[in-house]
Design a protein around this ligand. Sequence first.
Ligand code: NDP
Length: 295
Amino acid sequence: MTKQLLGKEVSASIRAELKTEIDTFTGRKPGLAVILVGENPASKVYVGMKKKTCADLGIESFEHILSQDATEDELVALLNGLNADDAVDGILLQLPLPSHMDEDKMLNTISPEKDVDGFHPQNVGKLLQGQRTFKSCTPYGVMEILKFYDIDPAGKHVVILGRSNIVGKPLAAMMVQKESGANATVTICHSRTQNLESITKQADILVAAIGIPEYVTASMVKEGAVVVDVGINRVDAPETEKGSKLVGDVAYDEVSSVASAITPVPGGVGPMTIAMLMKNTVTAFKEHQAPLDSI
Ligand code: NDP
């Protein structure tokens, strides 16, 4: 029987732990600044979810909305102000930014100490070196799901489909670390990979993060493999009330018949991203009170 790896349960447990911890903080509560530039509907939904989770946990959220035609200078000024604001422990710049803005330049303006998304090059470098730092939230969530279900990547062949800076590459960096909960042998695949199926079939743990609906089929998966589906894709579904539904990068029904464990979409990796953002925000808050090494 294939085991479902339910990120919604893991994230609920992480949020409950965080709430208990936050309730013990006297005085100022952790603060997260959330910045939305423009009118992207999906981004608005994500920002709303982050604000609500902050409210549920007792994290103060500061929302900043800039218009679609805001300039880079305006955003830099806002970010610099937040970098200097003592009530703000973490800064989240909702992506994507409007096309006239340089995303890397804007992200690099965020102070590494407040970079709770883990995107700043300084934090990415620390991650690669195995130093303590803010870990990018979605891959961090993948690691936490595996930990929750006692699936130890040590010595396993982990094949990651996708090499983006927010999922594939940081996940590879986390999996390969010489530390408990990692120690995997890692292969990263991408759109130029040849003989993809011959590689995915070697995976003990297969992670899909490519953004193509139901791309991973049963024939690409080894019997008994653990399959983690990071993909979130909205597809037409005339049979549903909404006319559309969310699916992952994995053909869930057929892959379930060969995998030993699998994350569903929705309810798998998705809920973990916000939970890990909250965890990083609490870590940033504590770092303001004490040096990171003493936490
Ligand atoms: P990107 O588009 O940035 O990267 C996609 C990656 O997949 C690229 O490296 C690309 O290769 C690779 N790829 C594309 N086609 C293939 C193929 N046929 N075979 C192998 N590799 C391929 O996507 P993201 O990393 O941002 O997101 C991936 C998915 O995860 C999306 O569905 C997204 O919605 C979802 N996501 C979910 C999150 C969550 O909270 N659960 C958070 C972030 C993303 P190349 O580099 O060569 O172009």
